[in-house]
Structure formats: structure tokens, C-alpha cells
Design a protein around this ligand. Structure first.
Ligand SMILES: [Zn+2]
Length: 309
């Protein structure tokens, strides 16, 4: 087939148009790709959401879907919420047998990140404890592996480091951004660690009581002389529990009780009668009503200062 002289310019023009369309598509592709590559990350508790959001900044949607009144350690998500987890690019797990529901459902293995795997050999194993309930989650016990890993702030930094590694594997081009944001977060966490160490220094034998058995790693890291009861901040304990506390105080004369949340005024008053003051050290497993992980932890540190002054 031959092209006549009149057809030639038309073909060249058409070729130019086609070329321009292809060029446009190629040039605009990276912009499109960035939008689509914004990582979708699901987490099983609030600390991991906070860490992931700080590390990813605007480069990820970080979702922690538990309702505010649930303890995420014992929460059971609905089928719809589990579907959200299944579609995520990354699922950040706390490890230490936290959020047991993850073992009962099928989640894509390549998206799972056990953020505490690096210190798995240092998990604390809790011997038999009584079964009890708090919140809408039903009965549970704290027997097995202690899970409030992030209250040892060096461990928290390790968890944040694991998140950084997982994000970088998904988006290597953003490594510098993730590393820089991680360094700032790590500095904040290690600052908390240092502050607590200096607050408790020289007085680590001070007997303390905790309202719930969730401070095991906190106790180990900062060398505290702590015994736990199983009380709830928003309920006044029964007479049997008060009698139990008085027996504990005979051999472990604590003058402070550390609470997970703001204690009931009647509990505070009755404790005061026993010579026991109350402070809040909120583990923030779920999102706080006010502020964020860091502001809550800084508030906790301030409360601790009252105890060790
Ligand atoms: Zn409990």
C-alpha cells in the first residue's frame, strides 16, 4: 500500500496526536500511582496506630477500628471490620498474645507484622489469675503472656522500629521519610524512658499497688516494687476485695495505688482512709478521650512524680 502526497501530512498529524496522548499518559502516571499507593494500615491497638501515623505522616491511612469503650486486648471485631483488616496493605499486631481474635480469623500472612517479635524472648509469662470482666467484652483473665509491652518505652521504640521496617518494605521510595519520622518518635519514647528512670531512681523499693495486672513490663523496666489487684476505675469494689487489699497492705505497705483510668471518687476516699493515695497511669491501649499517646504518657509521668517526690 502506498501513501499519496495529500495523505502524508494527515498521517503525520495523527501520529503526533497519538504520541502526545501516550506522553501525557506516561507523564501523569507517577502522580496517579502516588495517590493509589497511599498505604492502608490497620492496627490492633491505639499505641500502634499512633506510632504508625507518626512514621507514615500523610503517606498512609492508619485505621484502628475498635470502639472507645472496648479494651482492644479482649475485643472481638465484627465480620465487616474484619473485612477491613483483610483488605489492608499492612496489619500491625502487638504480639504477646494481644488481641486473640487475630488467631481465630484468616488474615493475609504477607500483610501481618508482629511488632514485638524482636523481643519475643523477653515476654513476661503470668501465672494463673482470676477470671473477671470489664467493659462489654465479657469474661477474661490475664493468665499467659503479659501484653502491655509498650509501657517499657524501650520496647515501644522497638515496636515503632518494626513498623518503620514494614512500611519501608511496602514503599522503599519513602524510606528516608519513614526513617526521619521514626527518629523523632523514638526520641520522644526514649525521653519518657529516661524521665521515668530518673523519677524512680533511689526509691524503687517503694511499695505500690496497681488497680489491674497490666503493668508487668513497666514494673520490670523501671524496677518497681508493685503488686496488682483486679479492680475497675469506674466501679467501687466489693467488701471482699477491700478485705483482700487490706491483707495485701499488711505485708506490702503501699501508700499509692496506680489506676488505669480516673478512679471512682468513693474508691479514692476510702483508700485515703487506709493511707493510700491514688494516681492515674493510663496505658492508653485504646485512644484517649483527650490528647494523644504522647500527651497522655507525659501526664502519666507527671502523676508518677507525685508518688516518688
Ligand atoms: Zn482485666
Amino acid at each position: 500500500m502506498s501513501i499519496s502526497p495529500e495523505q502524508e501530512p494527515k498521517i503525520i498529524m495523527l501520529a503526533r496526536v497519538v504520541l502526545r496522548v501516550i506522553l501525557c499518559a506516561v507523564l501523569s502516571a507517577p502522580a496517579l500511582a502516588v495517590g493509589q499507593d497511599r498505604l492502608s494500615i490497620y492496627t490492633v491497638n491505639y499505641p500502634l496506630q499512633y506510632f504508625a501515623q507518626r512514621i507514615a505522616a500523610e503517606h498512609a491511612d492508619v485505621v484502628f477500628p475498635a470502639p472507645a469503650d472496648e479494651d482492644p486486648a479482649f475485643w472481638q471485631p465484627s465480620v465487616e471490620i474484619i473485612t477491613g483488616y483483610q483488605k489492608a496493605d499492612l496489619i500491625l499486631l502487638n504480639g504477646a498474645n494481644y488481641a486473640k481474635w487475630v488467631n481465630r480469623v484468616s488474615l493475609p500472612r504477607r500483610t501481618l507484622v508482629d511488632t514485638s517479635a524482636a523481643f519475643r524472648d523477653h515476654y513476661i509469662h503470668v501465672k494463673a489469675g482470676t477470671t473477671h470482666s470489664h467493659g462489654p467484652g465479657g469474661e477474661h483473665s490475664h493468665t499467659g503472656i503479659a501484653f502491655t509491652t509498650w509501657l517499657d518505652f524501650r520496647q515501644a521504640a522497638e515496636q515503632a522500629r518494626a513498623i518503620t521496617g514494614a512500611m519501608t518494605r511496602k514503599q522503599p521510595a519513602l524510606e528516608v521519610v519513614f526513617e526521619r519520622n521514626f527518629a523523632a518518635l523514638e526520641a520522644d519514647l526514649l525521653d519518657l524512658d529516661k524521665q521515668i528512670q530518673s523519677i524512680v531512681a533511689n526509691k524503687t523499693d517503694l511499695p505500690l499497688v496497681a488497680s489491674h495486672p497490666v503493668y508487668q513490663y513497666f514494673q520490670r523496666r523501671y524496677g518497681l516494687n508493685l503488686q496488682s489487684v483486679i479492680w475497675e476505675p469506674d466501679e467501687v469494689s466489693g467488701e471482699a476485695q477491700w478485705a483482700g487489699l487490706e491483707r495485701t497492705l499488711k505485708e506490702h505497705p503501699a501508700s499509692w495505688m496506680i489506676w488505669e483510668g480516673e478512679p471512682h471518687p468513693q474508691s479514692v476516699k476510702r483508700l485515703r482512709g487506709l493511707g493510700v493515695g491514688s494516681i492515674v497511669f493510663n496505658p492508653a491501649g485504646n485512644r484517649p478521650e483527650e490528647g494523644d499517646f504522647l500527651t497522655v504518657m507525659r501526664q502519666n509521668v507527671k502523676h508518677l512524680q507525685r508518688v516518688f517526690k
